[in-house]
Design a protein around this ligand. Structure first.
Ligand SMILES: Cc1cc2nc3c(=O)[nH]c(=O)nc-3n(C[C@H](O)[C@H](O)[C@H](O)COP(=O)(O)OP(=O)(O)OC[C@H]3O[C@@H](n4cnc5c(N)ncnc54)[C@H](O)[C@@H]3O)c2cc1C
Length: 459
């Protein structure tokens, strides 16, 4: 017997049987679950955190971007509805014109949707409950349940122990392709040569009692000088003073830490990332208080529950989205979601960011969400089939929501026997998405830009 390996025999109780199970309740998974339920499916949503929302809530990344390409809205349907609900619940003052990475060498001005992540947690609960989704929190998905070569459910572990849930269709919205990878769907992102090439991680923190308006009024050149000074002194982690505002402009939710060389699929490295992030915050906070106008009286009010991860696995699906698709404005007969950008690739090992806006909204086909051969599963969010560079423009939460809408609607169709890998029922799916307000054609989104416009106040 090999002393370093033990063999376990498990008797795992089957909890229930659903039409659709969504693994991961982030931007994409929440919308996928609501879409599948509205499509008539009985749906379970399984999330390892104590709340829904994903990187927006547990990771405290408190602004949705990817909803607009320039002034053209690219997100409709359930994703846009989520923003309306958050605003109505007092969790946001609405859309703003915001300069991303303003103190960096190449900032980009976009329309964002900043919010208070605590309100997003409540709205996400409401939307899931109203749609009739069975939510299971504090439940880590540990693998697929496979039957006859197809995904037939998942295995999870929580305080009750290890359990199985059966599904007709499974939506992998974990961001890490947890189920897809274990089910045998080909993927990239774990290659040893990627070590030191992956984008850095960021542990987000919240400062209260900030005079956000005083900070925003500082000219960009001064912000850049402060940021470079902080870097020189070793007190800042990158050349940016990026933060999201909350309603009332009293809090700054800061994306200022930067943790390099981490494989976020390695438990020990992920632990180290959290610790390094907190060490960085320890030096950034006094720097802000002492050197940055608006932060003089600020206090550290919170640190995200989880470090933010930009890059892990991506499946190799039926089509791999490329930068050429995005820049060339490729049209797809099976387009089911629109990307807006910006293209956003953080420098591995360095302090810069490659940030630019694609010339127009871009289409994402269903083929990027579907495995080549394994039935019973559709993948959404950060782990869809895209090159590393294209993923830099398709991983924002606005885009993750559109993808989730498509994945959930597809899963409901497939669970009821109306769609298969061989015949994905693209026309029916696109009809369903359109009837639910989703934007799926780049040309139509551009044509409807005025009609779909929103008021966007200055940041
Ligand atoms: C530091 C940082 C800054 C960013 N800035 C922005 C920004 O300003 N605006 C923007 O729109 N986007 C931003 N992004 C990108 C964006 O947040 C993500 O790409 C996006 O959240 C992807 O959506 P998702 O639904 O695929 O993943 P997530 O939102 O990460 O959701 C995945 C969910 O799956 C759950 N999960 C994972 N594994 C398991 C498991 N085994 N069992 C159960 N549940 C599991 C997670 O807990 C999580 O809730 C940023 C990302 C990072 C890391």
């Amino acid at each position: 017997m090999n002393a370093s390996v033990i063999t376990e025999t498990l008797n795992t109780p089957v909890l229930d049987h659903y039409d659709v199970i969504v693994a991961g309740g982030g931007a994409s998974g929440l919308i996928a679950a609501v879409a599948a339920a509205r499509g008539g499916a009985r749906v379970a949503l399984v999330e390892r955190a104590g709340c829904l929302g994903g990187t927006a809530t547990s990771g405290m990344v408190a602004q949705y971007i990817g909803l607009f390409n320039s002034t053209v809205r690219c997100v409709g349907g359930i994703g846009f509805e989520l923003t309306r609900r958050i605003e109505a619940a007092g969790g946001s003052d609405g859309f703003r014109r915001y300069t991303l990475a303003e103190a960096s060498a190449n900032p980009v001005t976009i329309i964002n949707f900043p919010f208070n992540p605590e309100v997003v947690k409540i709205v996400a609960d409401d939307m899931a409950r109203e749609a009739g989704v069975d939510v299971l929190l504090h439940s880590r998905v540990v693998g697929p349940l496979m039957e006859d070569g197809r995904v037939a459910g998942l295995l999870l572990e929580n305080v009750s122990g290890r359990r199985a849930l059966r599904s007709r269709m499974l939506v992998d919205a974990t961001g890490d392709a947890v189920i897809a990878a274990a089910a045998g769907v080909p993927y990239v992102g774990e290659e040893p040569e990627l070590r030191d090439k992956r984008q850095p991680l960021t542990l987000v923190f919240r400062m209260s009692n900030v005079d956000v308006r005083a900070f925003r009024a500082i000219p960009r050149e001064r912000k850049r000088a402060i940021a470079l000074d902080g870097l020189r002194r070793g007190q800042l982690a990158w050349e940016s003073l990026s933060f999201c505002s909350t309603p009332g402009d009293t809090d700054a939710i800061c994306l200022m830490s930067r943790i390099h060389g981490i494989d976020a699929l390695d438990g020990a490295q992920l632990t180290r990332a959290e610790q390094i992030g907190r060490q960085q915050i320890k030096t950034i906070v006094p720097f802000l208080r002492e050197n940055v106008p608006g932060f003089e009286k600020s206090v550290l009010a919170g640190i995200a529950e989880r470090v933010g991860i930009r890059e892990t696995r991506r499946i190799v699906g039926r089509h791999t989205l490329t930068t050429e698709d995005i820049v060339g404005g490729k049209r797809f007969a099976d387009a089911v979601a629109l990307g807006a950008g910006p293209m956003d690739l953080h420098e591995a090992g360095g302090t810069g960011v490659d940030l630019w806006m694609p010339p127009a909204p871009f289409e994402i086909p269903l083929a990027c969400l579907l495995p080549q051969s394994i039935e019973g599963i559709v993948v959404t969010g950060r782990a869809i089939s895209a090159t590393r560079e294209a993923n830099g423009g398709a991983r924002h939460m606005g885009t993750a929501m559109c993808l989730g809408h498509a994945a959930g609607a597809y899963a409901a169709l497939a669970a009821s026997g109306q769609a298969t890998l061989e015949n994905p029922a693209v026309d029916t799916l696109r009809q369903v998405l359109r009837s639910q307000g989703a934007l799926i054609s780049a040309d139509e989104a551009v044509a409807a830009a005025d009609e779909n416009a929103v008021q966007a106040r200055p940041a």
